[in-house]
Design a protein around this ligand. Structure first.
Ligand SMILES: O=C(O)[C@@H](O)C(=O)COP(=O)(O)O
Ligand SMILES: [Zn+2]
Length: 217
């Protein structure tokens, strides 16, 4: 099964619209960040490498087939391994967002975070959208080993934090992936604001109740 050219063009436009919105709000800078969208034929759309998310040309967004071969558009993001790993390990995910959002990156550089879960469950919405957030050990951007490291975690987690780099977040569609990335960034800001105050987070029972009532994709 595959989508019509009209539907694929609509998805390309959605990527460009979300990219501009994220960039305009300072959630990623320069040519940092990348977005992917699963297609029904097993392929996907990805933002091109070195492209500014604020000025994406929908026609130049890369389309890859199910084997990762470029069908059209510019050369894909250097993080194509990472996006493909996340999409392959999370069949329920329709889209992936990676940003260099400042507060999330700041958390990814802290020496004393829990690598199994970098941000505690401070709010209900964070638990509903992100859940647990493991830290992926540092690798050079675009290194295939980043894809392997993400592959090991993506089955269990819809979001991961690349050490000294930034978040990678999956959602059932692009809207959901963007909203979850935004929620992660806001919660990272809260976490940094609250550091040193011993904040009261949600209890394990409260987290369990949220997970039962609002399962993530
Ligand atoms: O941090 C990096 O270099 C990449 O992860 C990134 O954010 C932008 O790379 P491209 O998508 O290849 O431009
Ligand atoms: Zn990056």
């Amino acid at each position: 099964m595959s989508q019509s050219p009209h539907e694929i063009n609509r998805l390309r436009e959605q990527i460009a619209l979300h990219g501009k919105s994220l960039f305009d709000r300072g959630l990623t800078m320069g040519s940092s960040g990348n977005i992917s969208q699963r297609l029904e034929d097993g392929g996907c759309l990805m933002t091109p490498t070195n492209a500014c998310l604020g000025r994406l040309d929908p026609a130049r967004i890369t389309r890859l087939d199910a084997h990762g071969r470029v069908l059209d558009g510019d050369a894909p993001t250097k993080e194509h391994f990472l996006h493909r790993a996340m999409l392959e390990e999370r069949p329920s995910a329709g889209a992936i967002v990676h940003l260099h959002s400042t507060h999330s990156v700041a958390v990814s550089c802290l020496p004393d975070i829990n690598p199994c879960d970098c941000i505690p469950p401070l709010t209900a919405y964070y638990v509903m959208r992100v859940g647990t957030l493991p830290l992926v050990p540092y690798h050079v951007p675009g290194d295939e080993r980043l894809g392997d490291a993400v592959r090991g975690l993506a089955g269990q987690h819809s979001a991961v934090l690349l050490a000294n780099h930034g978040p990678v977040v999956a959602g059932k569609n692009l809207d959901a992936a963007v909203y979850a990335t935004e929620e992660l960034e806001e919660t990272a800001k809260l976490f940094l604001l609250l550091r040193g105050t011993n904040p009261r987070g949600l209890t394990p029972e409260q987290v369990d109740e949220l997970n039962a009532r609002y399962p993530r994709d």
